[in-house]
Design a protein around this ligand. Structure first.
Ligand SMILES: Cc1cc2nc3c(=O)[nH]c(=O)nc-3n(C[C@H](O)[C@H](O)[C@H](O)COP(=O)(O)OP(=O)(O)OC[C@H]3O[C@@H](n4cnc5c(N)ncnc54)[C@H](O)[C@@H]3O)c2cc1C
Length: 430
């Protein structure tokens, strides 16, 4: 077992992740190279009264740790079974590797907007992907998990077991997943990309997107992002220094241009990247930053998006706002509204949209960001139905997250199961 202690060469590199605003100083880092290393690390932690945290990429860090950090980044095995349309991947695998491997067989996973995100953390969080309205959550495609529980046992978890339910959406507090198996979908290419509109057109584009996406078939997954780009030479000219509305589209159909014609007619686009693309390039749709940085974010699922809500979005995240977050509204519905065969933990299937806010953490610290986000989400509160775990970024109070993310009955069952599987609280519950 390869262990690293504070001050040792390689310790800081192993602790560092994509999220840089959540400091962490584990007593020991275990750079796991096998499931047996994970077993040894969990047993060591239990014997020494230390808590266990786990990290693949650091995209979803919500708290630092002073216990044992199990780093899974070396567990990179990917196996595709094209005939069965399934994948088995180890805990350190990023989506990019699965998308590439599955793509060779004309298949795709239910991956998200960024190819750099870790498969396991994403899927245990629920997993809201590029094809979400067509195929539902990634968590609901899972067929089996290998997980090391608090007693230091490596278990295979399959449908029918409590842990199978709890891990898929309940994520934290049950164990360290060493490998995950899930279904793939027969998608080789899609019509996708984005339409970017200038600040003056933001209000009309928001309203037009709301109407247009309401009539959308389930084969369309779409969001709208409001983004203020800094005035930096590294950015392309049409975006630099502007506050834009960007409609993002992933569509499985051969009439994409007809489908988006009403949107293209709303206003002249600053940029139009819509085209037929291989699924392996689906990360280009949102084109998210790939450099580590500090960020904080939260979200709310909402039952509707009425004019008062759009006014609040514009006031707090539109071109006139003083310190606007990146604001993303995703249309839910489609397969997300249907109950899958073996449902995992909580998700408000009746919600129509999720509204997400994300801000860089600057010199003013996270408190300033929280204040900005609170104004927006307070205004949306009358229509808020819940919160999606994957889009909770940075440091948050775990209890508050749990109470807003899970329906009450699911939360009760999760707490009961955590007590049963981890009485000594080896694992951090969020
Ligand atoms: C740029 C960006 C784009 C994103 N896009 C999407 C998206 O399109 N859709 C979506 O649903 N989410 C998205 N997310 C959110 C992402 O799914 C979550 O942040 C997820 O938790 C990241 O997992 P990770 O392994 O990459 O990160 P890590 O920070 O390494 O892990 C996050 C958490 O996952 C848990 N975890 C990780 N590995 C294991 C394991 N082996 N066993 C048990 N628990 C584990 C732990 O609680 C850990 O703290 C995005 C995040 C970012 C930063």
């Amino acid at each position: 077992m390869n262990t690293l202690h504070p001050g040792q060469d390689g310790y800081a590199e192993e602790v560092a992740g994509f999220q840089t605003s959540v400091p962490s100083s584990p007593a020991v880092v275990v750079a796991a190279e096998s499931a047996e290393d994970v077993v040894a690390a969990v047993r060591y932690a239990a014997e020494h009264g230390l808590t266990v945290a786990v990290q693949a990429t650091g995209h979803g860090l919500t708290a630092g740790t002073d216990g044992v950090l199990i780093s899974t980044r070396r567990l990179t095995g990917v196996e595709i079974d094209p005939a069965a349309r399934t994948a088995r991947v180890e805990a350190g695998v990023r989506w990019e590797a699965v998308v590439e491997a599955a793509g060779k067989h004309g298949l795709a996973p239910l991956s998200g907007s960024s190819p750099d995100v870790g498969v396991v953390g994403y899927t245990l969080s629920g997993g809201f992907g590029v094809l979400a309205r067509r195929y539902g959550r990634a968590a609901d495609q899972v067929t089996a998990l290998d997980v090391v529980t608090a007693d230091g046992e490596l278990r295979r978890v399959e449908p029918g077991s409590d842990l199978f339910w709890a891990l898929r959406g309940g994520r934290d507090g049950f164990g360290v997943v060493t490998a995950i198996e899930f279904g793939l979908v027969p998608v080789a290419e899609l019509y996708g990309g984005s339409l970017t509109f200038d600040g003056a057109d933001v209000p009309s584009v928001l309203r037009a997107w709301r109407t247009w996406s309401a009539a959308a078939p389930d084969t369309l997954t779409t969001s709208i992002a409001l983004i203020r780009y800094p005035d930096l030479p590294a950015l392309p000219e049409p975006l630099r220094g502007r506050h834009v509305a960007q409609v993002r589209i992933a569509y499985l159909g051969d009439d994409g241009d007809d489908l988006v014609a009403p949107l293209r007619a709303v206003a002249p686009a600053l940029a139009d990247t819509l085209r037929v693309l291989p699924f392996t390039e689906s990360g280009s749709i949102a084109a998210e930053p790939r450099q580590p940085h500090g960020y904080h974010g939260t979200n709310a699922t909402v039952s509707q998006l009425n004019d008062a809500m759009l006014d609040a979005v514009l006031e707090h995240a539109g071109p006139g706002a003083a310190t606007p977050p990146v604001l993303i509204v995703d249309r839910l519905g489609g397969a997300l509204a249907r109950t899958p065969e073996t449902p995992g933990v909580g998700w408000d299937r009746s919600a129509e949209f999720v509204v997400r806010a994300l801000s860089m953490v600057g010199d003013d610290g996270v408190a300033a960001v929280r204040r900005v986000h609170a104004k927006l989400f307070d205004a949306l509160a009358p229509w808020t139905t819940g919160r999606l775990l994957p889009f909770v970024y940075g440091e948050h109070a775990p209890e508050e997250v749990a109470e807003s993310v899970y329906p009450a009955a699911d939360l009760r069952r999760l707490r009961e199961l955590r007590r049963r599987y981890d009485a000594g609280t080896v694992f951090r519950a969020g």
